[in-house]
Design a protein. Sequence first.
Length: 412
Amino acid sequence: MPILVMKFGGTSVATLDRIRRAAKRVGLEVAKGYDVIVIVSAMSGKTNELVGWVNDISPFHDAREYDAVVSSGENVTAGLMALTLQDMDVPARSWQGWQVPLRTNSAHSAARIEEIPTDNLNGRFAQGMRVAVIAGFQGISPEGRITTLGRGGSDTSAVAFAAAFGAERCDIYTDVDGVYTTDPRISPKARKLDRIAFEEMLELASLGAKVLQTRSVELAMRYNVKLRVLSSFEEPSDTAGTLVCAEEEIMESKVVSGIAFSRGEAKMTLISVADRPGIAAAIFGPLSEAGGNVDMIIQNIAEEGRTDMTFSCPTDQVKRAEKALREAKEAGHINYHELVADTDVAKVSAVGIGMRSQSGVAAKMFKTLSDEGINIKVIATSEIKISVLIDRKYMELAVQALHDAFELDKVA
Ligand code: ADP
Ligand code: ASP
Ligand code: MG
């Protein structure tokens, strides 16, 4: 039988009623003749609560124990979903990550999937099981410890299962009815896209659009998984949602196709570092060893041999970054006067594959922000995106102004 992967996010399994509702959808696909692999997230809010507990107990925690705690939310929903399906007379069974086993590397709290053997589940499907419910977000390391795939990681579990089992499609059920030109919670003018290219979705996700985890898009692109994002609250239909697909399959062509934003970025400035060869390596080496993901970087013009170095990094890495830089200073590898962390910033980005061939996007973006009186603190660009760091209080305004300026509410 053809296999379908259906992933239900936190809000779609937030209550027992919603689990029943989701199970009904699974039942419909089973009735159509699919064997279904269901990937579930933890009930909405649960993972945040667990992360909060870990941070309260131990701010610089052992990541193995973080994973042991934080992965547990998914175990509950997997069992409840299997029970609900069984009550509907659908032959179903739940699996935790280690039971499959979904093998990952040892990068706790941000593990990468290495392998998903298919024999175990395929054997059960062959014996008449119709639904395998898998706890998303979790796997097992070579050392035999539970790992997690980073926040939002159930999306990645889903795509990885779809790739491993050659699923006909991977449906991501969430609380919005597709991928929009920007987060519909921020801009009432956001427009749902029927299709979006893998590359664009990848950038939007990595720049803050949490509708899909970045890694899930990467995997879908690599293994050519047919990926659809749709709402678990709307009536089922074959054309619902947004298809994430190859660029060639898209008719709509706009220079900018979406605006992403992130509140989770901080601006760090090292004031007065010696301007000498090797200084960037001396700063960013220790940061990278501490697991920091530095994104934007600016080095100011030097005066009298000293300069300021500014970079952005995820807010939850600020403490680690400060520690790494302090230690590098104490060890005499770098020398700076002060390290200033500004967490009151936001990153806003315009994304579009059309930027490859059309110039003027950056100019238009800067002009739009300037017309609104918004000061740009840091800029970063790549082939298909432009990002700026601005004061947090202007984030919504910036998103809406850019959405208007690039006419994203209108169909191309
Ligand atoms: P789930 O719990 O189902 O995984 P998430 O909260 O992780 O759901 O992702 C869905 C949310 O992503 C939406 O509620 C929406 O606020 C947000 N989002 C951000 N950017 C976009 C976008 N461009 N299109 C749609 N949703 C977006
Ligand atoms: N429950 C996890 C999280 O909130 C994984 C997921 O929902 O995708 O990050
Ligand atoms: Mg999610």
